[in-house]
Design a protein around this ligand. Structure first.
Ligand code: ADP
Ligand code: MG
Length: 989
């Protein structure tokens, strides 16, 4: 009921929005009619005229109706002259003039929102309207596609319109050189994938050492195609540029064999319980069997017997009952007791592993406490109340206790990751082993993801399990999440066939509203209810029968799978039946696009994971409409409803006939882990399900959707969590990158450099003068060792108080510097000054990132100690950042004189910096974060709110006079941009 009311409200809100934009459609069309009388040259002249009007103060909004009309009219001319365009080597006849709904979609994109438009509605063309309009500003429009092939295709195809109208179009491709990239960004419009854009940003701001090294020129307006897939699916893995670390802390090899022993023990135990359960079932004691099997589930979730028993709805229900019972608050101690009856317990939903006392004793019979975290609070308390210790001894004792604690945490962390590697992750499902490497399989697409690694030691634990070379840990050189990259844009827009179910997340995180655009022609697709089977085997057999039947009639079919593995199983079964088919795995984008385009031909059978051939339109060939059009079969419900909708949406485009149905079973992962199988089993008994036969009922669909909503919720939490941590980093990155970019682009760096030097002097003088007695000797020593000022104690004494000391030092340091650079080439001196600051920032920032990586890990470990890890992380990060700023300034002062003695010495200093290794040579890799997520306790709701509060999109640049991102009441240069450990940084520390 509530859902219905909500839908009604949302529905009308959406309709109202569409209705609000409709009058503009009329206006655009009237302008377009008037344009028909012009010559093509006159039409092209419009671009120049628009730019003129913009320069005179007209707004883009004011130009919209005319600009959209120009694009539409250009399309009309192409259509009328039957223009053929070379797109990726093939000729395509242009035959499209934007429909009215496409004009509305274009307006929604221009307004900085998401346009939900079904597959086949022509979103590629829609994007040209706001792109042309916004590109008139000259600030560069970025269009983001899901892969390189689509970027190139759309730049070829839509580029025809832009070029015709006098705009330039660029396209980013993996492997382009720096100067090629700069040329693409210099264009009015640039197509590319999110990671190409994101990595360029990181290299520009974290690694470039001259303005010429930078390729991007700001973040004005971006349109993201398939926006859900970029901002939701891909957002779970941040972009990371990393290099190997020199030291390694893991102990996986050391614990591997002992963990194998432990896992064997546990398996024997669980199989015993499973056998006992079998006896109970035979005796009719279902409740007793349920309790036993629940224990098996806790101890060994992928136990073969357990999986088999769970095929029976009755037994399944008994297991669920047992579980439900255990999770009641009053039964918590019982749950705890149960976990103590096994060596360790596994929470498959959260993928966590926990040792019991029994497990600890097995691992180290002489000292079971070896594998438990020491109680630091009690220890510290004992130390404090020990009257026999001096203050210094107490400090020492506490430091030792802290070290013990960290060592034990590290050990337990290693063990816990190994247990996960052995019990939760399965070879050929979650990963494959190729050429002595563990390669992650993407859970959404089934794609192999070479180069990606699970974080937090999980990847190495899996490598240890598989007995392959354990790779060195890597260290982050630069990182940003996709979310934070796209928040850089002044205006962001997106388009997709499926945004509505995720509208909340778009609103919360990106401030992006969603407007559902009506289809050009009514959609007549028939979505049948799901067919539910008890086992996977039964499901697949029925599926093959269905394919046979429809194939015999000649109807084309698209069979969507959730993994490469199931694509291959189905392919094998079809081969046995001699049914010709093709299999796509989203590996070769161009080839697959060409194959998918033919999926609408008579008798075609296409098996595809959900990303395969995305962005390519499936048109029906003659005669197929009469057979019912394309039929889409899903072989499994995906983790989110959105992906199911995407799959269904591949048929019945532009008013075509088409139909869809999902085949599911109780053994599907979604149902095993998140399904309320008790309820479903109950329903099935009520509806009278027969052996070997699929069941179909709208009630069942709803139950499946409930399971999906649970997963969606969990995944949203994971993404939010990543973001909360990254927000801390994001603020620091903003400050550092702004400082860096200021230096990089300043034509006269000396005042900036001396501003930094002055700040350093002020803080040193403050510190020395703040002690009692005043530490004048220390100040004299510091001054002379840091700078060639040659000042005596008497000079200071003569000068007066601390204000005068600072003044004296500042004047002297300038004199000394003048002497130093008098005979050097002024341009070279400028470069040198820039490098002094950049070198200090880069070296120390990378060290800081490394320390932050470490902090992140140790904070995860601290979660064992029942503190809120996010709050801890924020506090420590603030403190560390203050130190970082102070250290950078110190280093600037030192290097200004130390290395500046000769320019050649400086050159060698520079070439030693890691970031000089050169663009493109740096390893680029995106690192998966899922591995680390489960180790963290969720923060309280206040923390969540607080973390989300500063998520307003930030402008791209942060000048010295802008408000500081950490404390908006101050100017950046007077805050952390200037005073290091002073100012706003104290607020958090
Ligand atoms: P989407 O991205 O929305 O799924 P595409 O941009 O791939 O859709 O376009 C689907 C097909 O529709 C393409 O073959 C394109 O040529 C065609 N198309 C788009 N707009 C029009 C139009 N206004 N008139 C005719 N055909 C169109
Ligand atoms: Mg598309």
């Amino acid at each position: 009921m509530i859902g219905w009311v909500l839908k009604k409200i949302l529905g009308t809100q959406n309709q109202r929005e569409v209705r609000r934009l409709t009058p503009l459609v009329g206006e655009i069309n009237r302008h377009e009619e008037a344009l028909r009388a012009l010559s093509f040259d006159e039409l092209r002249g419009k671009t120049v005229a628009f730019r003129d009007r913009l320069a005179k103060g007209e707004s883009l909004d004011q130009l919209l109706p005319e600009a959209f009309a120009v694009v539409k009219n250009c399309c009309r001319r192409f259509t009328e002259e039957k223009r053929r365009i070379r797109v990726r080597g093939q000729e395509i006849l242009w035959e499209m003039i934007p429909f009215d709904v496409q004009l509305i979609g274009g307006m929604v994109l221009h307004s900085g929102r998401i346009a939900e438009m079904a597959t086949g509605e022509g979103k590629t063309l829609v994007a040209t309207l706001p792109t042309y309009l916004n590109a008139l500003s000259g600030k560069g429009v970025h269009i983001v596609t899901v892969n390189d092939y689509l970027a190139a295709r759309d730049a070829d195809w839509m580029g025809e319109v832009y070029r015709e109208l006098g705009l330039t179009v660029g396209c980013l491709q993996h492997g382009q050189t720096q100067s090629e990239r700069r040329a693409q960004y210099a264009c009015d419009i640039t197509y590319g994938t999110s990671s190409e854009f994101g990595f360029d940003y990181l290299r520009d701001n974290g690694m470039a050492t001259t303005p010429e090294d930078q390729v991007q020129r700001g973040h004005f307006y971006s349109i993201i195609d398939e926006v859900d897939s970029i901002l939701i699916d891909e957002a779970r893995t941040p972009l990371i540029i990393s290099g190997p670390v020199t030291v390694s802390t893991h102990q996986f090899d050391k614990y591997k064999s002992i963990i194998e022993g432990l896992v064997r023990k546990q398996n024997t135990l669980c199989t015993d319980w499973a056998n006992q359960a079998k006896e109970r079932i035979e005796k009719g004691d279902l409740q007793g069997a349920g309790r036993l099997l629940y224990k098996v589930k806790l101890g060994s979730p992928r136990n073969k017997l357990l999986l088999k028993f769970q095929e029976d709805p009755g037994t399944r229900r008994a297991v669920d009952d047992a579980e439900l019972e255990m999770y009641q608050d009053t039964r918590r101690t019982e749950l705890y007791k149960t976990k103590e009856e096994m060596y360790f317990s596994i929470d498959e939903r959260n993928s966590e592993a926990d040792l019991s006392q029994m497990g600890r004793t097995f691992l180290n019979p002489n000292d079971p406490n070896f594998f438990s975290v020491p109680d630091l609070i009690t220890t510290n308390h004992d130390i404090d109340s020990n009257a026999g210790l001096s203050a210094e001894e107490k400090l020492k004792a506490k430091a030792a206790a802290q070290a013990d604690y960290e060592e034990a945490s590290q050990r337990i962390h290693n063990i816990s990751q190994l247990l996960r590697a052995y019990c939760v992750f399965e070879k050929d499902v979650h990963y494959v082993v190729q050429e002595n490497k563990v390669v992650i399989v993407d859970e959404y697409t089934g794609r192999l993801m070479p180069g990606r690694r699970w974080s937090d030691g999980l990847h190495q634990a899996v490598e240890a399990r598989e007995g392959v070379q354990i790779d060195r840990e890597t260290q982050t050189l630069a990182t940003i999440t996709i979310q934070n990259y796209f928040r850089l844009y002044e205006k962001l827009a997106g388009m997709t066939g499926t945004a509505e179910t995720e509208a909340n997340e778009f609103k919360d995180i990106y401030r992006l509203g969603v407007v559902v655009i009506p289809t050009n022609r009514d959609c007549i697709r028939k979505d049948a209810d799901d067919l539910i089977f008890k086992t996977r085997r039964e499901k697949l057999n029925a599926l093959i029968e269905e394919i046979k039947k429809r194939n015999a009639a000649g109807q084309p079919m698209l069979v969507g799978t959730a993994s490469v593995e199931s694509s291959e199983i189905i392919s094998r079964m079809l081969r046995r039946e001699n049914i010709p088919h093709s299999v796509l795995n989203a590996k070769q984008h161009q080839l697959e696009a060409e194959i998918v385009a033919r999926a609408g031909e008579r008798g075609a059978v296409m098996i595809a994971t959900n990303m395969a051939g995305r962005g390519t339109d499936i048109k029906l060939s003659p005669g197929v409409a009469e057979l019912g059009g394309l039929h889409v079969v899903g072989t499994e419900r995906h983790e989110s409803r959105r992906i199911d909708r995407q799959l269904r949406g591949r048929c019945a485009r532009q008013g075509d006939p088409g139909s869809s149905q999902f085949f599911i079973s109780f053994e599907d992962d979604l149902m095993r882990n998140f399904g309320d199988s008790r309820k479903i089993a109950g329903l099935m008994t009520k509806l009278g399900m027969e052996e070997n036969e699929g069941l179909q009922h709208p009630w069942l669909n709803r139950s499946v959707e409930t399971a999906q909503k649970r997963v969606e919720g969990r995944n949203y939490q994971v993404r939010k969590h990543t973001l909360q941590y990254d927000d801390v980093m994001n603020q620091q990155r903003t400050v550092i990158y702004a400082w860096r970019s200021d230096m990089l682009n300043s034509t006269d760096p000396r005042p900036e450099v001396f501003e930094t030097v002055d700040e350093r002097i002020t803080s040193e003088v403050e510190a020395r003068a703040g002690t009692d007695p005043v530490d004048l000797d220390g100040l004299v020593h510091w001054a002379n060792s840091a700078m060639p000022v040659g000042l005596q104690k008497e000079d200071f004494q003569k000068a007066g108080g601390k204000e005068e000391w600072a003044k004296l030092l500042k004047a002297k340091v300038r004199d000394a510097y003048e002497v130093k650079v008098k005979f050097e080439n002024p341009e070279a001196v400028k470069a040198l000054e820039r490098f002094v600051v950049l070198g200090a920032i880069d070296r120390l920032w990378q060290e800081h990132l490394y320390a932050m990586d470490g902090l992140r890990t140790s904070i995860n470990l601290r979660a064992y100690g029942q503190k809120d890890p996010l709050i801890e992380y924020k506090n420590e990060a603030y403190g560390m950042f203050g130190e970082l700023m102070a250290r950078i300034k110190e280093e600037v002062v030192h290097n200004l004189f130390r290395s500046a003695s000769s320019l050649s010495a400086f050159e060698s200093f520079l070439s030693a910096l890691p970031q000089r290794a050169g663009r493109g040579e740096l390893p680029m890799q995106a690192q998966a974060t899922e591995g680390s997520m489960s180790m963290q306790a969720e923060g309280g709701s206040t923390v969540v709110e607080e973390a989300l509060a500063p998520m307003k999109r930030q402008g791209p640049k942060l000048g010295r006079n802008d408000p500081c991102p950490l404390d908006a009441t101050k100017k950046f240069k007077n805050c952390c941009g200037a005073t290091g450990s002073k100012g706003c940084l104290k607020v958090g520390g």
